[in-house]
Design a protein around this ligand. Structure first.
Ligand SMILES: Nc1ncnc2c1ncn2[C@@H]1O[C@H](COP(=O)(O)OP(=O)(O)O)[C@@H](O)[C@H]1O
Ligand SMILES: [Mg+2]
Length: 254
């Protein structure tokens, strides 16, 4: 299954992506984490040092020219089959691909880079026990047909704040309009049972993840979100998120 994680900046998208990946890995699944943020953060959140983190694919102008072309002619279905193997890093039993922003912005080759990223997202997996988790750029502007069409479900993350929830509702509405109906809301840094304004267009709440004291405690020393002390709480949230996404589609068979 392919899931994208979206929401306002700083609400916990990258953290939740890593927590879900770690949970799935412990349950015997093969996990590919895709960093689709223009300021990639998944590598550090997986405990990798900067020299272990691959350069974003969208910045590899040589590769983009070779596969997609440029200068007026663009191949919309470039060959990408060899790229996951060539460009991934391993971390905590998971595979990391750093793409950079899917939508890109301006610049001569943004369009070519997008064609490469979309093809690659579309190509990844589809085998049982394989999962792709895409950590998206913050906000709504980047959410396009390309991203939405390449995933099966959307995890919308928000803090229990009006601004976070408004962004969550906007993200959700746009993705829904683009045809992605399988969506859940996750409240991060929220007490269980916390009340929040019922804005229209918010997806159904699947789980609330509380403030994680062990994550805060290590923050100055490490960006890693792996191996946190609150494992039981985190597992409950991950399990609730995944079963909410599986509704109507049967057992996820973890
Ligand atoms: N539940 C939580 N408890 C404590 N700190 C958290 C929690 N979720 C995220 N954080 C911290 O908040 C900051 C932003 O989280 P991050 O996952 O990078 O957000 P985003 O990817 O949405 O920008 C990070 O420093 C992260 O460690
Ligand atoms: Mg992030």
């Amino acid at each position: 299954m392919k899931l994208a994680v979206a929401g306002k900046g700083g609400v916990g998208k990258t953290t939740l992506t890593v927590l879900l990946g770690e949970y799935l890995t412990r349950h015997g699944q093969e996990v590919w984490l895709v960093d689709a943020d223009s300021s990639p953060c998944l590598g550090p959140a997986l405990g990798l040092s900067s020299d272990e983190i691959p350069t974003p694919l969208v910045a590899d102008t040589e590769l983009i020219r070779e596969r997609v072309g440029g200068d007026g002619f663009i191949r919309l279905n470039p060959e990408v089959g060899d790229l996951p193997e060539r460009f991934h890093a391993k971390a905590a039993g998971m595979n990391l691909l750093v793409m950079g922003s899917v939508a890109g912005a301006g610049g001569g080759c943004a369009c070519a880079a997008n064609a490469l990223v979309k093809s690659l997202l579309g190509h990844l997996l589809e085998e049982r026990r394989q999962w792709v988790l895409v950590d998206l750029e913050a906000g709504v502007e980047h959410l396009g047909r390309g991203t939405v069409e390449s995933v099966d479900g959307l995890v919308v993350v928000s803090e229990p704040s009006l601004r976070g929830l408004e962004t969550a509702a906007n993200v959700s509405r746009l993705a829904y309009d683009l045809g992605l109906q399988r969506q859940v809301l996750v409240l991060n840094r929220a007490a269980p049972g916390a009340e929040f304004p019922a804005l229209s267009d918010l997806p159904p709440l699947a789980a609330a993840l509380p403030r994680l004291a062990s994550l805060e405690a290590r923050q100055l020393a490490s960006a890693s979100a792996l191996g946190l002390a609150e494992r039981e709480l985190i597992d409950q949230a991950c399990s609730a998120i995944l079963s909410a996404l599986a509704n109507g589609r049967g057992n996820l068979d973890l």
